[in-house]
Design a protein around this ligand. Sequence first.
Ligand SMILES: N[C@@H](CCC(=O)N[C@@H](CS)C(=O)NCC(=O)O)C(=O)O
Length: 210
Amino acid sequence: MYTLYWSPGAASLCVHWMLIELGEPHELKKLDLDAGDHRKPEYLKLNPSGLVPTLVVDDVPLSESAGLLMLLAERHPQSAFAPSPDSPQRGKYISWMFFLSNTVQVAFRDWFYPDQPAGPDAVEAVKARARDRIESAFKRIDAQIGGGGPYLLGNRVGAADFLATMLMRWSRNMPKPATEWPAIAAYVKRMKGRPSFKALYEREGLTEWA
Ligand SMILES: N[C@@H](CCC(=O)N[C@@H](CS)C(=O)NCC(=O)O)C(=O)O
């Protein structure tokens, strides 16, 4: 049994999505970020960074969405959501997971929380740089999917796809959303066509980018 602390559309979305895909039993604990639920002492005990998501696995609270996807893929190898350690695809999988997490997702944090890196005076500069970094990442992802799709790592959907699609969704109100790149647009359509995506949207109460 897993317990996911989540908030609609937040970084918990990719973990929630994969739990639905896996068909594993899980309990959902919704946090209201506007009300500051993630900064309350009881939540900080689970996640000292005060960020969403937290996934409790066998009574151990764990954080970092990309790491959680990798853990779930490892715990449920029958899903084949991650290439096995001896697979030639393994190295590429790990590289893409880290690129998505520590390059693309970090740039999104700067876009959504632009006062954090250097205070309120630097907001416009931070946003401009974040936008450049996000757009150059999408260019690279578009080339990867266009050259070897239909999924990020070839012909099987996997952990990297749930993470990548969540990040693409986050760009929907940006000046140049991910779907402006042609291979990404087709990919997003494919990922949205999964029955699990519909279930995820219903559960999270989401409508935008449906
Ligand atoms: N690297 C973390 C980042 C998580 C993160 O930034 N979550 C956002 C929601 S998308 C959050 O908790 N924001 C609340 C805040 O920063 O106060 C992860 O992937 O789990």
